[in-house]
Design a protein around this ligand. Sequence first.
Ligand code: GUN
Length: 281
Amino acid sequence: MQLIDGKSLANKVQTYVTTEVEKLKQEKNIVPGLAVILIGDDPASHAYVKMKAKACEKVGFYSITHHMPDTISQNEIIATIEMMNSNPRIDGILVQLPLPQHVDTDKILEVIDPKKDVDGFHPYNVGRLVTKLDCFVACTPLGVMKMFEEYNIELKGQDVCVVGASNIVGKPMAALLLNADATVTVTHIHTKDLKSHTSIADIIIVGVGVPKLIKEDMVKEGAIVIDIGINRLDNGNLVGDVDFEAVSKKCSYITPVPGGVGPMTIAMLLSNTLKAARERA
Ligand code: GUN
């Protein structure tokens, strides 16, 4: 079994972005800029946004965070996004999800200029992803693809089981895999028999937020297991959606939690923001 080290790959991406930012500054006098919109007081969202801001600072981006109370109206959020859309210093706009109940998330995401949509959530980018055109791709699935590339894991013709069909992970993940010529099965909460799908897969990718959902008997000998889940247990420990102890004994490659896919999400946000800035240049 080989561990897929997301932390070290994320550092490698970060180093690359730092070098490229320096070049953009020198050659085009452009500093990539990211605007993050954070609404409410969800501790996990706060923690993620803080990590994103810190990463931006490290690679030399200009970054601003608009922190708004969860009583803010939808129109005020829209007005802020429109301001960022027309701000020439801002290349990327990220609205941290989830949004409060009274806000229509789909409507908010559609207000973001698709050319600044570094999260890849705008239907314009999702449509371009599905049709295999150049676009912004959601950071977590893009990070998983980067891991496959780094570890020379072949996808063509492989049977891949994606567990979870969310707009931000499962669906874009499935589209990327299909674009890479894998045979993709997407399972979800209404799937009748999850094990019947996971146990025949060459590669399992799970992101549902259920601690240790994937057990040893659900995984084929020698399979590759990618764990996107980040769950905090009552005792404070972080665990993924895979029973790592047992499953790791059976597979050829596995991502740990923490230190697996998590750091890659932020690395790909940096990479997407660099892409947006280059397109401005
Ligand atoms: N909430 C959970 N994951 C993400 C993400 O990748 N981007 C944003 N904007 N919000 C999230």
